[in-house]
Design a protein around this ligand. Structure first.
Ligand code: SF4
Ligand code: SF4
Length: 78
């Protein structure tokens, strides 16, 4: 499964990651003013949350093994 990791020490609670995610992977905790990674299984690996975080406090780690195509089918070029 994809992993979205938040370093809460670096996070300034700007909410940009929450606004960047056009799916509902990232929810928002109003009390703590921190993102909540709610549905990581729905992440499409667009990277918007990570790219837009002004503090580099969030990292999206794609699950490469979950790709649709089996990588052992990739043939080698001469
Ligand atoms: S964009 Fe970065 S700094 Fe802003 S709330 Fe999200 S994780 Fe925190
Ligand atoms: S990588 Fe894209 S889909 Fe995944 S949590 Fe970030 S903004 Fe949402």
């Amino acid at each position: 499964m994809n992993r979205i990791i938040v370093n809460e020490d670096l996070c300034i609670g700007c909410k940009i990651c929450f606004k960047s995610c056009f799916i509902d992977v990232i929810k928002w905790d109003d009390e703590k003013r921190k993102p909540v990674i709610k549905y990581p299984e729905e992440c499409v690996q667009c990277g918007f949350c990570e790219i837009n975080c002004p503090k580099r406090a969030l990292k999206m780690e794609p699950d490469y093994d979950a790709y649709m195509f089996p990588r052992n089918n990739i043939f080698e070029m001469d």
